[in-house]
Each structure stands twice: as structure tokens, then as C-alpha cells.
Design a protein around this ligand. Structure first.
Ligand SMILES: *Cc1c(COP(=O)(O)O)cnc(C)c1O
Length: 414
């Protein structure tokens, strides 16, 4: 038979000799040597599985609904993603882990546990994207949201209402590195009916802080930051030990569908292998830089929970195993012009959003990450025109210190 007058491949005599199976051309391309059951191998790196669906054993095969099993459909489960989710959970000392398309996708999926009419207490000094999400998106769906300073547990206790169902923490906070007592807050929540504590652990990673062991119900991450650490993936995660919450999160992950790509899951899985060595070096570099800045004539104050000068240094030692490469400091004078000159003269630190990568970044919260807050809120939070936030990377610390020193001196040159 011919199609549109062309000679048919399948009927050509030479083609039969060439094919090693009884299928015709397109069926060969689709099925030959690609049986779904054959992918067992001893590869030392988990394979990237891109399949969007899976062959079922029978109709009404329920495999995909059971944690630890796969099946059904790629949005609901993927082998590469599940491999990553199990490692993320294990590092957070959690039973269940879920990966999302971004940190914000993790935030929104977790907030979807709530329903209209619920009251949420949110710390006032958190990632600005999360603030914007709560204020401009979540509030539209009937949640009542209250921002408070959670460094004092009494403030949280006073904010509790009959319908308080979630307390949202980020500790250390962003950008002023204030600490919230996770154990204390979790205790308050546990005394309320169905109220859960969620902790955004992005700034420390599970290497330096494990909120679930302190009583929190859910820990979330922007994996974009330290967990991936190579500035080439946007991803989020949520982990829990609570089976009922895990069931809800699994349902929301599949139902909302804000899932990461298998390729990105592979990248983060790879990055986690060096998380410990990276975090140790981030801490070493950050502390060296913080100590240097503390003695600098043009620096007014340094914010780093590992320094005895930090007002919550004792809590940091109790609650965390260490601190990351995040350091904030105030340039003397709190002057926009001086800060601008400082950034202009940085050579190694790049002026950029984000944090937690191998490369050192500097950021100006009052204009960049927290520019959307009102002047009054910024002032209350201590976000002045002299506040600089550093994400200290993995370069040689003496080069980083020289870079900061010369940029500070240039900033004060007349
Ligand atoms: C970056 C960040 C987020 C948002 O994560 P994305 O991956 O950018 O969506 C949430 N929380 C904190 C603390 C962050 O730093």
C-alpha cells in the first residue's frame, strides 16, 4: 500500500531484514526495547525519569496513592522526585517529604490546608514574597492574617483567637536575623485545637536547624537557596511527621499541581550530597566576615546569631547547630548615597536577589527585597538605608574580607 503516492517503508523487502522485531516502524520507535518493567539498573546516580504516566497492572490499580509506591500519573508521583523527597524528609528527621515547583509553591500548597474563616499568625519579619502572598493572595480567600513580632512569645499568646489554625514562622528572620523560639511557639500551638506551627527553614537548612524535632508540625524550604546551593534551580519543599498532614499535603501537591520537573529534582538530589561540606564552609566564611565587620570603623552594627553581641545568641546556641552564610550589617550613617557607593565598588560580591549559592551575594533590603513594605513598617523592622544583607559564598574568606573592606573605604571617600 502507498500513502499519498510514496513507497511504504514496511513493505520494502530490505526493511524486514533490518528490523529485529515484528513491529512496524512507528511501533518500533515507540515500544522496541522500552518495556516499562525493564528499568532496573545498578547506576550509582539515581536516573532522571521523565515519564508523564505509568503502566497500570490492572484497572483501579491504587499504587499511586500509597506513600513509597509509584504509579498512576506523573503529576502525582515520579521516581526521581520521590527519591529526592525521601532524602529531604530524612535530612529534616521527617517521615514525609514533598517537593514543589518553587518555595512559593510550597508556601501556597501548605496554606491550602486552611479554609476560609481561619486565622493565621505570621511573623512580621519574613521573606517578602511570603508577606505579599499572605497580604494580596491568601487574604482574598477568606483567611484572616495577622502579622506580629514573634521574638516575644507573649505577643503570639496575645494574638491567639478561637479560630487560629496556623502559626507561620521564619527563623532566623529576613533580613535582620531575629530568632523565634520554635519550641515555645509549638507549645502554644499544641494547646489549641487543630492549630499547626509551620517553620520556613530556608536560611539554615536542616544541617543547622531541624524544626520538627523542636515541635513544629511542618517545615518548608525554598530549595532554590542552600539546599540546591548552585544557583541553577527554583524549587520548594515541605516535610512533616504527621501522617494526617502528610495525606493532606500529598493530596494538595497532586491537586494544585505545583510540582518540580524531574530534571530539577535530579539537580537538587545531587546538590544535597555536598550540603554538609557547603554549610560548614558557609558558616566559617560568614563568621569570619561578621567578626571582621564588627571591628570595622565604618560599620555601626553586625547581625549574626553566632556572635555573642546578638541579642538572642543563647537561643541560637540552644535551637540551632550552627549558622549559615547569612550576615546583615548597618553601614554608619544609614545613608542611601553611601550604601549605593558601597555596592558600586564591590568586586567579588554580586549585587543580586537570592542567597545560599556557592557565590557571594550582597543585597540592599530597603530598596530590593523589602522595598514593597511601607516606610513605617521598614523602620519598625530596622530595615534602614544603611542595612546590607550578605550571603557569604564558598570563596576564600580573605578575598571576601578584602572586597568588603575596600568597598566600605570607597563608600566613605569624599
Ligand atoms: C526565596 C525564599 C522563598 C521563596 O522561594 P522561591 O524558591 O523563590 O519561590 C521563601 N522563603 C524564604 C525564606 C526564601 O528565602
Amino acid at each position: 500500500m502507498t500513502t499519498n503516492g510514496f513507497h511504504n517503508h514496511n513493505s520494502s523487502p530490505s526493511f524486514d531484514d533490518f528490523l529485529e522485531n515484528d513491529f512496524s516502524f512507528s511501533t518500533t520507535a515507540i515500544h522496541f526495547n522500552q518495556e516499562p518493567e525493564q528499568w532496573l539498573s545498578n547506576a550509582v546516580v539515581p536516573p532522571i525519569c521523565l515519564a508523564s504516566t505509568y503502566k497500570q497492572e490492572a484497572i483501579a490499580d491504587k499504587r499511586g496513592f500509597e506513600y513509597g509506591k509509584l504509579g498512576l500519573y506523573g503529576r502525582l508521583g515520579n521516581p526521581t522526585r520521590q527519591c529526592l523527597e525521601k532524602v529531604l524528609a530524612a535530612l529534616e528527621q521527617a517521615k514525609y517529604g514533598f517537593a514543589f515547583a518553587s518555595g512559593m509553591a510550597a508556601v501556597l500548597s501548605v496554606v491550602h490546608i486552611l479554609k476560609a474563616g481561619d486565622h493565621v499568625i505570621v511573623m512580621d519579619d519574613i521573606y517578602s514574597g511570603t508577606i505579599v502572598y499572605f497580604k494580596k493572595v491568601a487574604s482574598k480567600f477568606g483567611l484572616s492574617i495577622e502579622f506580629i513580632d514573634g521574638t516575644n512569645l507573649d505577643n503570639i499568646q496575645h494574638a491567639i483567637k478561637e479560630n487560629t489554625k496556623m502559626i507561620w514562622l521564619e527563623t532566623p528572620s529576613n533580613p535582620t536575623l531575629k530568632l523565634i523560639d520554635i519550641k515555645g511557639v509549638s507549645k502554644i500551638a499544641k494547646n489549641l485545637p487543630d492549630c499547626i506551627t509551620v517553620v520556613d527553614n530556608t536560611f539554615l537548612s536542616p544541617y543547622f536547624q531541624r524544626p520538627l524535632t523542636l515541635g513544629a508540625d511542618i517545615v518548608i524550604h525554598s530549595c532554590t537557596k542552600y539546599l540546591n546551593g548552585h544557583s541553577d534551580v527554583i524549587m520548594g519543599a515541605a516535610c512533616t511527621n504527621n501522617e494526617k498532614l502528610a495525606e493532606t499535603l500529598r493530596f494538595l501537591q497532586g491537586s494544585i499541581g505545583a510540582i518540580p520537573s524531574p530534571f530539577d529534582c535530579y539537580l537538587v538530589l545531587r546538590s544535597l550530597k555536598t550540603l554538609e561540606v557547603r554549610m560548614k564552609k558557609h558558616m566559617e566564611n560568614g563568621l569570619k566576615i561578621a567578626k571582621f565587620l564588627e571591628t570595622h570603623p565604618y560599620v555601626e552594627k553586625v547581625l549574626h546569631p553566632g556572635l555573642p553581641s546578638h541579642p538572642q545568641h543563647e537561643l541560637a546556641k540552644k535551637q540551632c547547630y550552627g549558622h549559615s552564610g547569612m550576615v546583615s550589617f548597618y553601614i554608619k550613617g544609614h545613608n542611601l548615597k553611601t550604601s549605593k557607593k558601597f555596592f558600586k565598588h564591590l568586586n567579588i560580591f554580586a549585587l543580586a536577589f537570592s542567597l545560599g549559592g556557592f557565590e557571594s551575594l550582597a543585597e540592599f533590603p530597603s530598596v530590593m527585597t523589602h522595598g514593597s513594605l511601607s516606610e513605617e513598617v521598614r523602620e519598625r523592622l530596622g530595615i534602614t538605608d544603611g542595612l546590607i544583607r550578605l550571603s557569604c559564598g564558598l570563596e576564600d574568606p580573605s578575598d571576601l574580607i578584602s572586597d568588603l573592606d575596600q568597598a566600605l573605604r570607597e563608600a566613605f571617600k569624599l
